[in-house]
Design a protein around this ligand. Structure first.
Ligand code: S3P
Length: 427
């Protein structure tokens, strides 16, 4: 295991602007859409993390070549048949999205992952893909290894997905565009709808309501795209500003997809000053500039679609809640237990270990805002979002925080800790 990282308290305010790494969710999608398209796409500004690298390596196994921003693919109907399993590493998005994209292939493809990914739920893909006439095999526990295919032609289908999962929706949609007829899907609201926006822009789908979408079969054309900044990475900087009254951080070029910015709504409810301006849209998905300024914070309640739109940032909500007055409650977050770690348990353990008050619930947690944290030793449990949340906690704590397994941050943002610490030394 790599040496622990020590993050020191950073008293005082800062004012700065930060260039963000490319968005992870959008990088996976851009690579997989470029792989589905026959021809040359141009995809610039991919996310720098190990998860995106796993998707890039996976599509290379299918015969796609990536040279700088040029992604050249034979198109999904002419993908190579990999001779051995494709390794998705730690990346649930790689595994679930690829499973959908591969579901129309006439041969079997096996998808494997690391120990954490191999414990995550995959059975949720089976029903939607089977409805289209495809096949996905999972282990007895409902996990990877996944065997996808063989398919002898997919047909359109109508499915209700019981969880607000963008990954399951996207897997279904990427298979459905390769079927012979229209498909229709619904799921609870709040999910990131990047894929639906892209499909609608490309003429491959229509939104019927916030929860219902129709997919039209068709080919993805080659495209040009610059990946916007990652809202989930920006969230750590927004949080650092929020817990330091008078501090301010500006993040231009960030994705402002409504399913990605629940955390800004939570900060707003807590009393931080937020400015968000949409400056454009890429493939129908809004991009803009966000500035967050720190102020005295109050507790907030997070539930329903707001929980879904804040899902990846909930460990960070717990950290910010420690510096807010009152009890912050997060509900409807059962999915949080099924991420790279059981984030209900690991988040509460982190808060307690740093001298804060946190209680687990089945589908969420409550954090008592004491107004401070003490510092201490945190284990990231291989979970990038835990490692980075602990870094933010340290900047507002009264003592240093030793983060074991801090390198887990490289899953989405290698170099995160240097950027975090530089906030206080920027001109
Ligand atoms: C993602 C969807 C979410 C999110 C994950 C990335 C995506 O997962 O937590 O980090 O890019 O579609 P679920 O679809 O499982 O909610």
């Amino acid at each position: 295991m790599s040496p622990a990282r020590v993050v020191e308290p950073q008293p005082g305010a800062f004012t700065t602007e930060v260039e963000l790494p490319g968005d992870k969710s959008l990088s996976h999608r851009a690579l997989i859409f470029a792989a589905l398209a026959a021809g040359t796409s141009d995809v610039a500004g991919l996310g720098p993390g190990a998860d995106v690298a796993a998707t890039a390596a996976a599509i290379e196994r299918l015969g796609v070549t990536i040279d700088g921003s040029r992604v050249v693919s034979p198109g999904s109907s002419d993908w190579d048949e990999p001779a051995s399993a494709i390794d998705c590493g730690n990346s649930g998005t790689t595994m679930r999205l690829l499973a959908g994209a591969l579901a129309a292939r006439p041969h079997v493809t096996t998808l494997v992952g690391d120990t954490s990914l191999t414990s995550r739920p995959m059975r949720r893909l089976v029903g939607p893909i089977e409805a289209l006439g495809g096949r996905i095999g999972v282990s007895e526990r409902g996990t990877a290894p996944l065997t996808v295919g063989p398919a002898a032609g997919l047909t359109g289908a109508r499915v209700e997905i019981p969880i607000a999962s963008a990954q399951v929706r996207t897997a279904f949609e990427l298979a459905a565009i390769q079927s012979s007829g229209d498909s229709r899907l619904t799921s609870p609201p709040g999910y990131r709808d990047h894929t639906e926006r892209w499909l609608a822009t490309l003429g491959l789908g229509d939104r019927v309501s916030p929860t219902e979408f129709v997919v039209h079969p068709g080919r993805v054309p080659p495209f040009q795209y610059r990946v916007p900044g990652d809202a989930s990475s920006a969230a750590y900087l927004w949080a650092a500003a929020a817990i330091h009254p008078g501090a301010s951080v500006t993040t231009p070029g960030v994705t402002l997809n409504p399913g990605r910015i629940g955390f800004l709504q939570v900060l707003d409810l807590m009393g931080a000053a937020i400015e968000a301006e949409v400056t454009g849209a890429l493939l129908g998905d809004p991009v803009g500039t966000v500035t967050v300024r720190g102020a005295g914070l109050q507790a907030a309640d997070v539930a329903g679609p707001l929980t879904t739109a804040t899902l990846d940032e909930l460990p960070l909500v717990a950290v910010v809640a420690c510096f807010a007055e009152g009890i912050t409650a997060v509900r409807d977050a059962a999915e949080l237990r099924l991420k790279e770690s059981d984030r209900v348990a690991t988040t509460c353990a982190m808060v307690r270990t740093l001298g804060g008050g946190a209680e687990e619930d089945d589908d969420g947690f409550r954090v008592v805002g004491l107004g401070w944290l003490e510092g201490g030793e945190v284990h990231a449990h291989g979970d990038h979002r835990l490692a980075m949340a602990a870094g933010v906690a340290a900047t507002g704590a009264t003592g240093p925080v030793v983060i074991h397994d801090a390198d887990a941050a490289a899953i989405s943002w290698p170099g995160f800790f240097d950027v975090l610490e530089r906030l206080w030394s920027s001109p």
